[in-house]
Design a protein around this ligand. Structure first.
Ligand code: FES
Ligand code: FES
Length: 207
C-alpha cells in the first residue's frame, strides 16, 4: 500500500482538519499575520527552531536556533559578536576560530546545536576590563596584520597555543598557527606577533 493510500484514523483526521482550519481562520481574520508577530514558542516551532543553552564570553545565553545554523552564524548574527569572521565558510582558513571549552575550533564548521552546553570564547572575550589582552596588544605592537580580516582568528589560535604551551619553540609556533591562512601574506609579522606574546606574561581567562 502506498503511503498516500493508508487510511487516516479519525482522531488524526480531526486533528489535521482542526489545524488547517485554525491556520486558515487566523489568516482570514488577520490577512497580514506575520510569523514574527506570533508568540515566540509558536513561531520557533513553525520555523523548526531548537533551544540552545551556551556560555559565551562568560555570559549564559539561551536562544532558539534553526538546526542548520552554524556556530559562526550564531555568534555573528544572533549574538552580534562580529569580531569572529567568516571567510571560506568551509573549515579551511581559520578566520572563524573561537575557543570551545578551551580548544580552538573553526566555528563555521560546526553546528551551533553541537555547541549546546559548552563554553565559548570569542575575540571580544579576550578583553579584560576594556583592556586589550596581551596577545591582542602584540599583534598591534608588531604590526601583525594588513587588512585585518584573518586577525581575530589568528589571535584566538595564538591564545589557544600559548594557553597550552607558554614557551613554544619557533617550530611549535608555526605548527600551532598553521591552521590560519592570511590572504595578505602577513605571515612574518604574524609570527613576530606571536613571538612577542611569548615574551610577555599572558593572562589566562580562567585566572
Ligand atoms: S571561515 Fe571558517 S575556516 Fe574559513
Ligand atoms: S591580514 Fe589580510 S587576510 Fe590576513
Amino acid at each position: 500500500m502506498k503511503k498516500s493510500d493508508k487510511p487516516i484514523n479519525s482522531s488524526r483526521r480531526k486533528f489535521l482538519k482542526g489545524m488547517s482550519s485554525g491556520i486558515v481562520g487566523a489568516y482570514a481574520i488577520t490577512p497580514n499575520l506575520k510569523i514574527e508577530n506570533l508568540p515566540k514558542e509558536i513561531s520557533d516551532s513553525i520555523e523548526g527552531k531548537i533551544k540552545l543553552t551556551i556560555k559565551v564570553n562568560g555570559d549564559k545565553i539561551s536562544k532558539s536556533v534553526k538546526p542548520n545554523t552554524t556556530l559562526a552564524e550564531f555568534i555573528r548574527e544572533d549574538l552580534k559578536l562580529t569580531g569572529t569572521k567568516i571567510v571560506c565558510n568551509h573549515g579551511e582558513c581559520g578566520s572563524c576560530t573561537v575557543l570551545m571549552n578551551g580548544e580552538a575550533v573553526y566555528s563555521c564548521h560546526m553546528l551551533a546545536l553541537d555547541a549546546d552546553g559548552s563554553e565559548i570564547i570569542t575575540v571580544e572575550g579576550l578583553l579584560k576590563d576594556d583592556e586589550l589582552h596581551s596577545v591582542q596588544q602584540s599583534f598591534i605592537d608588531k604590526d601583525g596584520l594588513q587588512c585585518g580580516f584573518c586577525t581575530p582568528g589568528q589571535i584566538m589560535s595564538a591564545y589557544a597555543l600559548l594557553k597550552n604551551n607558554s614557551k613554544p619553540t619557533d617550530e611549535e609556533i608555526k605548527n600551532g598557527m598553521s591552521g590560519n591562512l592570511c590572504r595578505c601574506g602577513a605571515y612574518p609579522k604574524i609570527f613576530d606577533s606571536v613571538k612577542d606574546a611569548v615574551s610577555k606574561k599572558i593572562w589566562l581567562l580562567e585566572e
